[in-house]
Ligand binder design. Structure first.
Ligand SMILES: C[S@@+](CC[C@H](N)C(=O)[O-])C[C@H]1O[C@@H](n2cnc3c(N)ncnc32)[C@H](O)[C@@H]1O
Length: 315
């Protein structure tokens, strides 16, 4: 039986995260999830929450990664956004050198627990460095201090943001796309092609010029930010102060992993990576130090599941 989406408005997640898989695939997915969960129970301990491919630890990520480093367990893809050291409610600001060496430490652990053909996507913004710069891209501080191979930097640009009078209003953040092995990594371009092609029927030597699935989405991505505020709040907005958008993470998960792969987010926050992973039938493992954010992300995930089942129709 095929499941199709009706053309209905989504509330919490983009359409691409509301599709379903065949009954057989679902069984494979749940079997793999159960196997992973049992393994994690043995090596890490009982998660705070686990349901159908979404596993969350309410813990400092160092504890999780240290235990995984001493096991055979390996993940396929990490997508994460760490604290930027800019005074958010969940941050204890550190001197810049300490911040950079802390980042190096947890990134090293991610490297150690990543499969040989695995990837690491790091979302970072800017920070103020006293007497040096108002908005230093965190990417500049980190890019060459880690073992992963930097494939490229993606510019994520968005419309909404703060205004400015003495400098240009900031409208972008970066995603650093790292891999472990430049000769062997997953890159499912066809799953993320951009169908918005200007001349889709243009021919060359009797063949279509452009791939019928669409064009390469390039290294500049235009996705709205998760906004807040009366009458302008995004539908996916939670009360977490630094939520990244599901559609960006959806693209990353599709391009850098395959169905049933293991996706990790050591700074899980409101669970965005988890929902995008689950919606693409990957197994999610997250760690989040704050119990409140864990509870918030579980509530969000369960709402998302409700939405997914209500929007799906049997065809
Ligand atoms: C930038 S936010 C991540 C937001 C997330 N990408 C989302 O879409 O909601 C960073 C998160 O890391 C958590 N955090 C900070 N230090 C941590 C640690 N050592 N281990 C686990 N989580 C941590 C914070 O509580 C915060 O929720």
């Amino acid at each position: 039986m095929t499941l199709l989406l009706k053309n209905v408005k989504t509330q919490l997640a983009p359409y691409s995260l509301l599709s379903n898989i065949s009954h057989t695939d679902n069984e494979v997915y749940l079997d793999k999830y159960t196997e992973i969960l049992n393994y994690l129970r043995e090596y890490i301990g009982e998660p705070y929450y686990a349901h159908n491919g979404f596993i969350l630890y309410n813990s400092d990520n160092a504890e999780i990664m240290n235990k995984l480093e001493s096991s055979e367990f390996k993940i396929d893809l990490t997508v994460t956004s760490p604290p930027y050291n800019i005074g958010k409610e969940y941050e204890n600001n550190m001197p810049i050198e300490k911040y950079v060496s802390w980042c190096q430490k947890w990134i090293k652990s991610i490297y150690n627990i990543t499969k040989e053909n695995g990837s690491f996507w790091l979302n970072v913004g800017y920070l103020n460095v006293k007497n040096k710069g108002k908005a230093i891209p965190i990417a500049y501080l980190l890019w060459d201090k880690i073992d992963f191979f930097l494939m490229q930097e993606i510019v994520w640009k968005y419309g909404a943001g703060v205004t400015a009078k003495k400098f240009f209003a900031p409208r972008n953040e970066k995603f650093l796309f790292y891999i472990k092995n430049e000769n062997d990594y997953i890159f499912n371009l066809d799953s993320v092609r951009d169908p918005d092609v200007k001349y889709p029927n243009q021919m060359k030597n009797g063949k279509l010029r452009c791939n019928p699935l669409g064009k390469n989405p390039t290294d500049v991505w235009d996705f709205p930010k998760v906004t807040s505020g009366k009458n302008r709040s995004s539908k996916e907005r939670t009360s977490h102060p630094a939520q990244y958008p599901l559609s960006v993470i959806d693209r990353i998960i599709k391009v850098s992993s395959n169905k049933f792969d293991i996706i990790f987010d050591p700074f899980s926050g409101s669970g965005t990576t988890g929902i995008a992973a689950n919606g693409n039938y990957r197994i999610y493992i997250g760690s989040e130090i704050s119990k409140d954010y864990c509870d918030l992300s579980i509530e969000r995930y369960e709402e998302y599941l409700k939405e997914r089942s209500s929007k799906l129709v049997y065809h």
